[in-house]
Write a protein that binds this ligand. Structure first.
Ligand code: SF4
Length: 333
């Protein structure tokens, strides 16, 4: 695996389970009779990070910042435009179809909307067993046993295997989505906004379940969310994305105690504090997120940044380690 000088690793002594290097994922926009490419949506625009075995990296940012595209590109569900992704040292974009199939067993995804990812005409047991069939795991009876075992593991009665998706609540459906990802006993899971569609009371149950599963099965997570308060309780490290770029990456405590990027500070200021005696000044950002088709010059955040200086509109800030394990892309950090 190539070593970048700017490798933002949490612990350089441990080989990362997932290593992302200068990843770019662009969506072409076509027009005219010949469907020529007239522009590119730069959903992910040069992102590098590592995820250590057994850790949770929380990835946060507003809608459209590219966090979901990163998750899908890492899993090879979305073709990358440029860059590399290594899983346990193997280059996933440079692997044969057979090798990718093997890796797929180890890399799974939990979607935000489990209802959309479950076939309404199939009993949920059959949906959970799909991955086992694709990978030709065991006999029919063994697969059934594995489905029952996995349902129990996510806190559902094995008897539910015969029921259909519409018979479950939102929280139960997300547990089924997790069971689907777990049944192949993966090592790495991309959890793409897994609690965003759930009631607050159910969110903590699902987060606790994910944490328990991680402890018991040694799982590694990329946990994607648009809300900093959700990732706080599950992440070991937190990354913040803005317009396809990673603008800050740090250990959880360091990040929440001392966010250095003005965008992270604005996101942080929006988190309610459960203590009425403590007041935090809310930072309201001006304007909307610019278009990823035509991003601003220099620092992509400069049109909205409350502390921007002249240089910000001209020079793109490097993503640099300002204190050990704390990476920021800002000229003034
Ligand atoms: Fe703001 Fe400039 Fe830092 Fe960008 S580089 S976040 S515009 S201060």
């Amino acid at each position: 695996m190539s070593e970048l000088p700017s490798r933002p690793a949490a612990d350089r002594a441990v080989r990362p389970l997932v290593a992302v290097r200068e990843l770019r994922t662009y969506y072409p926009i076509r027009a005219g009779i010949l469907r020529r490419v007239v522009a590119q949506v730069k959903a992910v625009d040069g992102v590098s990070f590592d995820i250590r075995p057994g850790e949770t990296l929380g990835l946060v940012g507003e809608s459209g910042c590219g966090k979901t595209t990163i998750g899908r590109t890492i899993l090879n569900l979305q073709p990358a435009t440029d860059g590399k992704v290594y899983f346990d040292g193997a280059d996933i974009f440079d692997s044969t179809a057979n090798e990718v199939k093997k890796m797929r067993r180890d890399m799974q995804i939990v979607f935000q909307d489990p209802y959309a990812s479950l076939d309404p005409r199939l009993p949920v047991g059959d949906s959970i067993a799909e991955g086992l069939q694709i990978h030709a795991v065991g006999s029919k009876a063994e697969r059934r046993e594995l489905v029952y075992e996995t349902l129990e593991r996510v806190g559902l009665n094995p008897y539910y295997a015969r029921r259909y998706p519409h018979e479950f609540s939102g929280g139960q459906r997300q547990r089924i989505g997790i069971a689907r990802a777990l049944v192949l006993k993966p090592r790495f899971i991309v959890a793409d906004e897994p609690v965003s569609a759930l009631d607050v009371s159910i969110q903590s149950q699902v987060l606790n379940l994910l944490r328990d599963l991680q402890r018991d099965m040694g799982l590694t997570y990329l946990f994607i969310a648009h809300n900093l308060s959700v990732v706080e309780h599950i992440s070991d490290r937190v990354g913040v994305m803005y317009l396809g770029k990673l603008v800050e990456l740090a250990g959880r405590h360091e990040f929440y105690d001392n966010p250095r990027h003005p965008y992270s500070q604005a996101l942080m200021s929006a988190i309610p504090i459960p203590d009425p005696t403590v007041r935090r000044e809310r930072i309201i950002l001006k304007g909307d997120v610019p278009s990823p088709i035509n991003p601003p010059s220099g620092c992509y955040f400069h049109p909205r940044c409350p502390i921007a200086v002249e240089q910000c509109a001209v020079d793109e800030p490097a993503f640099r380690e300002i204190v050990p394990e704390h990476w920021v892309a800002c000229h003034l950090a």
